[in-house]
Design a protein around this ligand. Structure first.
Ligand code: PEP
Ligand code: MG
Length: 595
């Protein structure tokens, strides 16, 4: 937008993020806590220090969640801001100084934290470097988050803005956390009094493509009302508080045009990656598949360009019901799902159907009349997955019959996979059942596909350790990274108190994946990863570097992972994967991911 089309009288401010925004103002008061200056009696020192520790743990967990959220909604680079904030909140010197302030000055945890954080932020600002000033804002952002927990306001990472009508946010200041939770569909633009183009909040605004300016007059901010029409030009650094009809018209048209251009750009990008098969920059093929849990998922996987379904969670058929579905009902559901995918994807794409993975995090009441109570002291270590299939073979036979019959009704290649494998005996027995069912169907004159591949999920440490032997009995491995992480780290995947103690990539898990890949490759068996690790744009390509040939993930992640894979050559990913294998700690691994 050239300034020549813009009318007169806007205030000159600092351009932060380009674009025109016009709409109603929303005065944003940060969710940050009020200043605290509470004193405590000496006997309360230990209790305050304990409260501080708990608030830090809660804030750390929130930051990890925010990092994951920002990685998905904004990008990897911006998510690193919240990773850096995790280092600040975990800084032992910071904790020690705060604890000391509690003990020596008899300050409450909140008051001590505020003082220590403010001192640290001011020291950083005094160094007169833009980079360090951005870090000062992060220190304040982190302190405000911990303080909210100390003030028992719990989870405060979500935006306090009511995001129903698109608005222009006007604030004195915005933290990176505030900005990261804004939804660009509802935030037209951002105007603040303080800030600058290099702050982390500015970086996030640009990544979200939200027009922004800073440097508006603090007195003007005081005089503004919610709902008042405002406009900004984030490229030129213009701020409009009074608009006549002609001005509004011009600015609205400019904003509309800019939105259309953006939508067109996104569509072009999506169309490109949807149609393109997964590969590295030098053309090494890595198939990008989808994890699917129902018919809608299958449809959208195909529409988003899935090269196959790497994990069909057949549990969708068994949940939320009292009576277990019989063979015919299962058959009909599989037919619907296979067709939903087959009709939208190009012919002959693979669908890997996992047999029922009941138990632990996937309880099915309808199973209880058939197999007895599922109540166990340690369900994750109990009767689940293939263990149920082998203890109650009739259920498995019924499912295999339904799957194999349905496999020939759509233009897909069906593959079968068994979950929660721990031993070679289990696989041998499962294969016997599979061969028998296959033979029965053929004898009955029922059409079944001749090429159905049979694989297993490798998701227990036992299976990882026995991968070389297991590879003899299967056509492929699919690594269930969610459970492999849970069982390797002895950390319940549903318990955020323990999962938050570990990095996304623990060296133990990475080494285990390497071992499985090598065992598969030694016998010429394809190794896939279908746990959520594959959906991480930093990790997916490194899995390819280790030798994983197929990455399966929730459909919305596929385009980003394809783009990430294609950013470098296979040599590069192999070298990075090798560096990662040298990591001794999650922090080392994190450093490799970020480097
Ligand atoms: C896994 O464990 O990684 C996996 C893909 O299976 P689920 O999440 O369904 O247990
Ligand atoms: Mg699993």
């Amino acid at each position: 937008m050239s300034s020549s089309v813009l009318p007169v009288h806007p205030a000159r401010v600092v351009p932060i993020s380009p674009g025109i925004a016009i709409g109603p103002a929303r005065i944003f008061r940060s969710a940050g806590p009020a200043v605290i200056d509470t004193m405590i009696p000496p006997h309360q020192v230990a209790a305050e220090q304990q409260r501080l520790q708990e608030a830090i743990t809660a804030a750390l967990q929130e930051l990890q969640e925010l990092q994951t959220h920002v990685e998905k909604t904004v990008g990897r680079h911006e998510a690193a801001i919240f990773q850096a904030q995790q280092l600040i909140v975990q800084d032992p010197d910071f904790l020690e100084e705060t604890n000391e302030t509690i003990a020596t000055h008899l300050f409450s945890a909140g008051a001590a934290l505020q003082q220590v954080a403010e001192n640290q932020a001011r020291q950083l600002e005094a160094l007169a470097s833009e980079l360090l000033a951005a870090r000062a804002a992060d220190v304040r952002d982190v302190a405000a988050r911990v303080l909210r927990h100390l003030q028992s306001e719990g989870h405060a990472a979500t935006t306090p803005v009511d995001q129903k009508t698109p608005v222009l946010i006007v604030a004195y200041d915005l933290t990176p956390s505030d900005t990261a939770t804004f939804d660009p569909a509802f935030i037209l633009g951002i105007c603040t009094v303080v800030g600058g183009p290099t702050t982390h909040a500015a970086i996030i605004a640009r990544a979200l493509e939200i027009p922004a300016v800073c440097g508006i007059d603090a007195l003007v901010l005081e005089s503004l009302q919610d709902g008042q029409q405002l406009a900004i030009d984030g490229a030129q650094g213009l701020f409009y508080t009074q608009l006549d009809t002609g001005q509004s018209h011009i600015l609205r048209a400019a904003m509309e045009q800019q939105r259309e251009e953006r939508a067109r750009r996104r569509l072009q990008h999506e169309t490109l990656w949807r149609a393109r098969p997964g590969s590295t920059a030098d053309g090494a093929r890595i198939q990008v598949f989808a994890n699917v849990g129902d018919v809608d998922g299958a449809r959208s996987a195909a529409e988003l360009g899935a090269e196959g379904i790497g994990l069909l969670r057949t549990e969708f058929l068994f949940g939320g019901r009292d009576i277990f579905p019989g063979e015919q009902e299962q058959y009909e559901s599989y037919v619907a799902l296979f067709r939903a995918f087959g009709e939208r994807a190009s012919p002959g794409k693979t669908i890997i159907a996992r047999t029922l993975d009941a138990g632990a995090d996937k309880p099915f009441p309808a199973l209880e009349p058939l197999i007895g109570s599922m109540q166990e002291a340690n369900p994750a270590l109990g009767l689940r997955g293939a263990r149920i299939s082998l203890a109650h073979e009739a259920l498995l036979r019924q499912q295999l019959r339904a799957l194999l019959r349905a496999g020939v009704t759509a233009s897909i290649e069906l593959a079968i996979m068994f979950p929660m494998i721990a031993t070679v005996e289990e696989v041998r027995r499962l294969r016997v059942v599979y061969d028998e069912v296959y033979g029965e169907l053929t004898q009955e004159g029922i059409a079944v596909c001749a090429q159905t591949q049979v694989g297993i999920m490798v998701e227990t440490p036992a299976a990882a350790l026995m991968a070389d032997a297991l590879a003899r009995y299967v056509d492929f491995f699919s690594i269930g990274a969610n459970d492999l992480f849970q069982y390797t780290m002895a950390a319940d995947r549903t318990n955020s108190r323990v999962t938050s103690m570990f990095g996304a990539l623990e060296p133990a898990v990475w080494r285990s994946i390497d071992m499985i890949v090598r065992a598969g490759a030694a016998r010429g068996k394809l190794v896939a990863v279908c746990g959520e690790l594959a959906a991480d744009t930093r990790i997916g390509p490194l899995l390819a570097g280790l030798g994983v040939k197929e990455l399966s993930m929730s459909p919305p992640a596929m385009l980003k992972v394809k783009a990430a894979l294609h950013a470098q050559t296979m040599d590069y990913w192999q070298q990075r994967a090798r560096e990662l294998l040298k990591a001794e700690t999650a922090a080392d691994a994190q450093a490799v991911l970020l480097s």
